[in-house]
Ligand binder design. Structure first.
Ligand SMILES: [Zn+2]
Length: 49
């Protein structure tokens, strides 16, 4: 399993733990992005693609 990396704060965690940790999953351009928190998910949503 590849590690998932939060593109906003850089936190890394095993992808299989993302759901258990309550990570936010954002689908963009056919890719899955994992965000550690709602705050990071909102920040990611504000960034240009
Ligand atoms: Zn984060």
């Amino acid at each position: 399993m590849p590690d998932a990396r939060d593109p906003v704060c850089g936190l890394e965690f095993p992808e299989e733990q993302a759901e258990a940790l309550g990570a936010f999953v954002v689908h963009r351009a056919g890719k899955k992005h994992y965000l550690c928190s709602k705050a990071c998910a909102e920040e990611f949503a504000r960034r240009p693609q």
